[in-house]
Design a protein around this ligand. Structure first.
Ligand code: ZN
Length: 147
């Protein structure tokens, strides 16, 4: 299967209002061809082996942090997900890694601003408090211990 066919398969699986912004074929990694696509909402990683291929979707909104590690020739990107999970993308071309990283940063910033400005509703008193608040300032509800 050619790279373009992977891209086409991803494109066809996307919702109508989403398009691929970036598409990177990062070559063969431990026997699989790995391709990465980004849209405004998600990061898709396709692994294509001899017998099967898998598409994994990660919504940008789930990422909290991005780390770019530049090696001599190749770079890797580490993305931290909510709940201590992380995603490591290795063996990327340096320029491509920078692009994905820049894109991730932009989206992570936008979503965290959105989260903070929207806040969340206290389940007890129904007042809106800051997204990162640990205790409701209106009634003292403890978000930390009751999630
Ligand atoms: Zn409250």
């Amino acid at each position: 299967m050619k790279t373009d066919e992977i891209k086409t398969a991803i494109e066809e699986s996307l919702p109508a209002d989403e398009n691929i912004d970036q598409y990177i074929d990062s070559g063969i990694l431990s026997g699989n061809r790995v391709a990465i696509a980004t849209t405004s909402k998600r990061l898709i990683i396709c692994k294509k082996g001899i017998f099967k291929k898998s598409y994994k979707d990660y919504l940008w909104i789930r990422f909290q942090n991005v780390i770019l590690e530049e090696g001599l020739r190749k770079s890797s990107i580490q993305l931290a997900l909510a709940g201590d999970d992380e995603l490591l993308i290795k063996n990327l071309d340096k320029d491509e890694a920078r692009k994905i990283c820049g894109f991730a940063r932009k989206i992570i910033t936008v979503t965290s601003i959105k989260k903070i400005s929207t806040g969340r509703t206290c389940p007890r008193c129904k007042e809106v408090v800051k997204h990162l608040a640990e205790v409701c300032i209106h009634c003292g509800y403890d978000f930390k211990n009751r999630q």
